[in-house]
Design a protein around this ligand. Structure first.
Ligand SMILES: NC(=O)c1ccc[n+]([C@@H]2O[C@H](COP(=O)([O-])OP(=O)(O)OC[C@H]3O[C@@H](n4cnc5c(N)ncnc54)[C@H](OP(=O)(O)O)[C@@H]3O)[C@@H](O)[C@H]2O)c1
Ligand SMILES: [Zn+2]
Ligand SMILES: [Zn+2]
Length: 380
């Protein structure tokens, strides 16, 4: 089949100064084409807090040159013979999140090593596959190899198994940030919150009291999805009062401004079943937050700070059999479930849309914490 004339160009980060708004628009090599791949003409890409950590090599040396962006939506312009077997067709509108591939229990000659005993991939936990490939700056484990390049670009090439059809009634600018931020909130809500796995998705959190700390991209999705999953009460925690009206409009029942309200940690101690913490800095009162949990409650860390480690009082955990846990993105079955729930319940994240050409200035605003609540860039 003749294919679209794809020219791979995008915002390339050459070194850590890229995080200050120094990405350069230029051509780059995508991964080598394989018949399990699709090419996507990107229409939308969200700006995730992770893009900043990676651009500045916050978690260790990033594999420059790299194109970041892992909340992309676009139209398929080329579909490999094997890719077509997943059901994806030319012209489909699909989304790709922060995971581009997993071993999927493949063996040589498809992959260099034998992965047939991968527990994560054989149990629907592909995001925890030890040989997974992130959407940018990572190596593919197939024999063709290559490096992943993300969504601040015109096109994206990826294995079809990690591209997901977007339901028709979900706008692309809303679906894009769901692919990472939305999923990162949705997955632990279902996993840790659900005492009712047999119930329909919209009743999974019935009767539970859920806290969300940090009202940014991931945090605002946590409020939206906690409500959509039937939580009895959602309490939003943010440093300042300025996000109060927005958080309540998103569905939070209560709002606490931790840097301004007095005595919140004492007044709310022992009140929550599950807390999702999205804070991107290690500079936070973790022990006070954990004390907000009831007996047997779970504190799930989602934010991945690059400015230091946490200090925590062990007694705050042990004395009430509380759990300190974490969660990473989500797996393909959860992506499908999330997109369906979002379509059924007409979930609308708060996004601010900018042209892709303004990526450098958008990054600077993101760094300053100005996003309300997700920047989404659009190719024209
Ligand atoms: N686990 C995963 O799979 C996963 C997936 C996606 C992202 N992440 C990570 O999650 C974090 C959040 O990502 P995001 O895209 O939601 O970012 P974001 O929109 O910037 O939100 C982060 C929130 O953290 C709080 N915050 C920021 N700087 C802070 C500081 N210095 N001290 C205390 N609080 C601070 C703010 O909340 P308030 O203004 O409300 O106080 C801010 O809204 C990042 O570390 C990102 O890498 C993890
Ligand atoms: Zn992300
Ligand atoms: Zn695997």
């Amino acid at each position: 089949m003749a294919h679209h004339d794809t020219k791979f160009e995008g915002w390339v980060a050459m070194d850590k100064s890229a995080a200050e708004g120094n990405m350069v628009w230029q051509a780059y090599d995508p991964k080598p084409w394989e018949e399990t791949d699709i090419d996507i003409e990107i229409t939308h890409c969200g700006v995730c807090g992770t893009d900043l950590h990676q651009l500045r090599s916050g978690w260790g040396q990033t594999a420059y040159p790299v194109v970041v962006g892992h909340e992309l939506v676009g139209i398929t312009v080329r579909v490999g013979k094997e890719a077509a077997k997943t059901g994806v067709k030319l012209g489909d509108r699909v989304g790709v999140g922060a995971q581009n591939d997993a071993c999927q229990c493949r063996k040589p000659p498809q992959t260099l090593k034998d992965h047939s005993d991968c527990n994560a991939c054989s149990t629907g936990n592909e995001v925890y596959c030890p040989n997974m490939t992130l959407t940018y700056g990572a190596k593919y484990l197939t024999s063709a190899g290559g490096k992943s390049m993300g969504g601040y670009a015109r096109y994206h090439r990826c294995p079809a198994a990690f591209a997901f059809k977007i339901p028709d009634n979900l706008a692309s600018e809303h679906a894009a940030p769901m692919m990472c931020a939305g999923l990162t909130a949705f997955s632990p809500l279902v996993h840790f919150g659900s005492h009712y796995n047999q119930r329909p998705t919209s009743e999974k959190l019935k009767g539970l009291l859920v806290g969300v700390i940090g009202i940014g991209g991931v945090g605002h999705f946590a409020v939206l999805f906690a409500k959509a999953l039937g939580a009895q009460r959602v309490v939003a925690f943010s440093r300042h009062a300025d996000k109060r009206d927005d958080a309540l409009a998103l569905g939070a029942d209560t709002y606490i401004a931790t840097a301004e309200d007095r005595n919140w940690e004492v007044e709310n101690a022992g009140s929550l079943d599950l807390i999702l913490c999205t804070i991107s800095s290690s500079n936070m009162p973790l022990t006070d937050y954990i004390t907000l949990l009831k007996r047997d409650g779970s504190f799930c860390q989602l934010g991945l700070p690059d400015d230091g480690q946490f200090n925590v009082d062990a007694a705050a955990i042990a004395s009430q059999r509380r759990s300190l846990t974490g969660s990473f993105m989500g797996s393909p079955n959860e992506i499908r479930e999330m997109l369906q729930l979002a379509a059924d319940k007409a979930i609308k994240p708060r996004v601010e849309v900018y042209p892709m050409s303004e990526a450098n200035s958008v990054l600077k605003k993101m760094e300053l914490g100005k996003a309300k609540y997700r920047y989404v860039m659009v190719n024209h």
